[in-house]
Write a protein that binds this ligand. Structure first.
Ligand SMILES: Nc1nc2c(ncn2[C@@H]2O[C@H](COP(=O)(O)OP(=O)(O)O)[C@@H](O)[C@H]2O)c(=O)[nH]1
Ligand SMILES: [Mg+2]
Length: 466
C-alpha cells in the first residue's frame, strides 16, 4: 500500500514523544531528525522537507507544548497539521461551467493514466454532479488509444467522440464541442496524446487544443510511482499550459509518497483526485486532511484533541492529569472528570472519535445516564469519604448508606469503587505508555463508572460480598 513505509517510519519517530509526560528540546531534536530522514527516504523534495521540519520544530519547541498537557500528542497534532498543509490544506473542487458545456482536458506523459482517468472522471461527475459526459479521443498517434477509450466508454455507457487518426486533434476538438452542444452533453472530457518525455510538439499540440476548448480544467495526470520526477513533469506542463489541477494515479501501488507530499508546495498545483486502482470506480477526491491522518495511522483522534482543548481549561486538565498519574485520585477528582467528559459532549460521541473504539464498545452499553447515577452516588458520600477512598472501600455499612442515600443499588456503588481503583492503576501506568496502544475501551469504561468485568477475580468478588 502507498505510503506504508513513510507511515511506519513517521509513526516510529513520533512514538519517541507520544508516551512522554514531559518533553525536552532534545526529545524534539531527535524526533525531528528521524522525521526528516523518513521524508527524504519517501522521496519528498528536499526544500519541502526543510520547510516542513523547520515549521514543526518551531511549533513543537513552544513553551506551551513542552510544558503542557500531553505534549507528545500535541506534537503529533502539529505534524498532522503540517502534513495537511503541504498537501494543500483542503480538497479543491473542480470548476464547472454550470450554464453550458464544461470541458476538461486530460494531459500528461504516456502511461500516466490519462485515458483510464478520463473514463473514471466521466463516471464520477455523472454520478456526483449529474452531468451528461462525452469522452473525446484526441490521441491520434496510436490507433489502440482510440480503441482503449471506446472500450472504457462502452463499459460505462458513455459515448466516445472520435474521428479516427487522420484529422488534427485541434479540429477534432472543435467538432466535438459542437457535437456536444447539439446533442445535449454538458461535459466533455478530452483524452490527449502523451509522450514518454516532454517534447515541444506535444506541448504545441496541447496549446492548440486548449485554444479551441477553453477548458474549465486542464488536469495533469501524474503517476505517483515516479515520485519527484512527477513534480518536475508538473512544473514543465504548468509553464506552458497553466494546469488547474493534478490527478495522482497508482496510489494503490507501493509508491513512497514523494509526489503527493511535494507537488503542491513546489508547483502550487492542487491535487484534485487520486487513482486507487485500475478499475473505473477507483477514483477518489483528494482530501489533504484524510491523507495526513492516513499517513499518521490515526482516526479522528485529532478532532478529539481539538475538542478537548476547545472546551476545557488547560490548567484544570493538567492538574487532573498530574493527580491521576501520581495515583492520588479521589472521588472529588472523579466527579470533576465526569463533568469534563460532559462538557465535551455526549460520551458516545466522544468515544466514536477514538480509533478502534466503535468496535470495542459495541454492546458495552455505556450511556450518559450512567454519568448522572455516578454523580448521585458520589454526592451521597461524606467529604471525608470522597477524599479518602479507602473509607468507603473498606466498609460495607458505608457502602449501604451511600446506596440508599443516592437511590442506587449497592452493587452499583461497588462498581463505582472498582472503577475508581481500575482507573487509578491505569493512569499510573499511562505516563509510560504509548496512548495509541492504550486500551481505550477499558479507559472509557473506567471513566464512565462501568468497570470491565473480569472473570475469576476472586479478590474483588470477596471484597464486595455482603
Ligand atoms: N494500479 C493502477 N493502475 C492504473 C491507475 N490508473 C491507470 N492505471 C493503469 O496504468 C496504465 C496506463 O494507463 P492509461 O490510462 O492507458 O495511461 P495513458 O497513457 O496516460 O492514457 C494502464 O494499465 C492502467 O490500467 C491507478 O490508479 N492504479
Ligand atoms: Mg492514453
Amino acid at each position: 500500500m502507498a505510503f506504508d513505509n513513510l507511515s511506519d517510519r513517521l509513526q516510529m519517530s513520533l512514538r519517541r514523544v507520544t508516551g512522554k509526560g514531559r518533553l525536552t528540546e532534545n526529545d524534539i531534536e531527535e524526533m525531528m531528525r528521524e522525521v526528516r530522514l523518513s521524508l527524504l527516504e519517501a522521496d519528498v523534495n528536499f526544500k519541502v522537507v526543510k520547510s516542513f521540519t523547520k515549521e514543526v520544530k518551531e511549533q513543537a519547541m513552544g513553551e506551551r507544548i513542552l510544558k503542557g498537557l500531553n505534549p507528545g500528542q500535541q506534537v503529533v497534532k502539529i505534524v498532522h497539521e503540517q502534513l495537511k498543509k503541504i498537501m494543500g490544506d483542503k480538497a479543491e473542487p473542480l470548476t464547472l461551467n454550470l450554464m453550458g458545456v464544461t470541458s476538461i482536458m486530460m494531459v500528461g506523459l504516456q502511461g500516466a493514466g490519462k485515458t483510464t482517468t478520463a473514463g473514471k472522471l466521466a463516471m464520477h461527475l455523472r454520478k456526483s454532479n449529474n452531468l451528461k459526459p462525452l469522452l473525446v479521443a484526441l490521441d491520434i498517434y496510436r490507433p489502440a488509444a482510440i480503441e482503449q477509450l471506446k472500450t472504457i466508454g462502452e463499459q460505462l455507457s458513455i459515448p466516445v467522440f472520435e474521428l479516427g487518426i487522420l484529422q488534427k486533434p485541434q479540429s477534432i476538438a472543435k467538432k466535438a464541442l459542437e457535437y456536444a452542444k447539439e446533442n445535449g452533453f454538458n461535459l466533455i472530457i478530452a483524452d490527449t496524446a502523451g509522450r514518454l518525455h516532454i517534447d515541444e510538439n506535444m506541448m504545441n499540440e496541447l496549446v492548440d487544443i486548449k485554444e479551441v476548448l477553453s477548458p474549465q480544467e486542464i488536469l495533469l495526470t501524474l503517476d505517483a510511482m515516479t515520485g519527484q520526477d512527477a513534480v518536475n513533469v508538473a512544473s514543465n506542463f504548468n509553464e506552458t499550459l497553466n494546469i488547474t489541477g493534478a490527478i495522482l494515479t497508482k496510489l494503490d501501488g507501493d509508491t513512497r509518497g514523494g509526489a503527493a507530499l511535494s507537488l503542491r508546495e513546489i508547483t502550487n498545483i492542487p491535487i484534485k483526485f487520486m487513482g486507487m486502482g485500475e478499475k473505473l470506480d477507483q477514483l477518489e477526491v483528494f482530501h489533504p486532511e484524510r491523507m495526513a491522518s492516513r499517513i499518521l495511522g490515526m482516526g479522528d483522534v485529532l478532532t478529539l484533541v481539538d475538542k478537548v482543548t476547545e472546551n476545557l481549561d488547560e490548567d484544570d486538565m493538567m492538574g487532573m492529569m498530574e493527580k491521576m498519574m501520581s495515583g492520588k485520585f479521589n472521588y472529588n477528582d472523579f466527579i470533576k472528570q465526569l463533568r469534563m467528559i460532559k462538557k465535551m459532549g455526549s460520551l458516545g460521541g466522544v468515544m466514536k472519535m477514538i480509533p478502534g473504539m466503535g468496535k470495542a464498545m459495541k454492546g458495552a452499553n455505556v450511556d450518559d445516564k450512567q454519568l448522572v447515577y455516578v454523580e448521585a452516588i458520589i454526592g451521597s458520600m461524606t467529604k471525608k469519604e470522597r477524599k479518602n477512598t479507602k473509607l468507603i472501600a473498606q466498609s460495607s455499612s458505608r457502602r449501604r448508606r451511600v446506596a440508599s442515600g443516592s437511590g442506587r443499588s449497592v452493587s452499583e456503588v461497588n462498581r463505582l469503587i472498582q472503577s475508581l481503583d481500575q482507573q487509578k492503576s491505569m493512569m499510573k501506568k499511562m505516563g509510560s505508555m504509548d496512548p495509541s496502544k492504550m486500551n481505550s475501551a477499558s479507559a472509557m469504561k473506567a471513566m464512565s463508572g462501568t468497570p470491565t468485568k473480569k472473570k475469576g477475580k476472586g479478590k474483588n468478588k470477596k471484597r464486595f460480598r455482603y
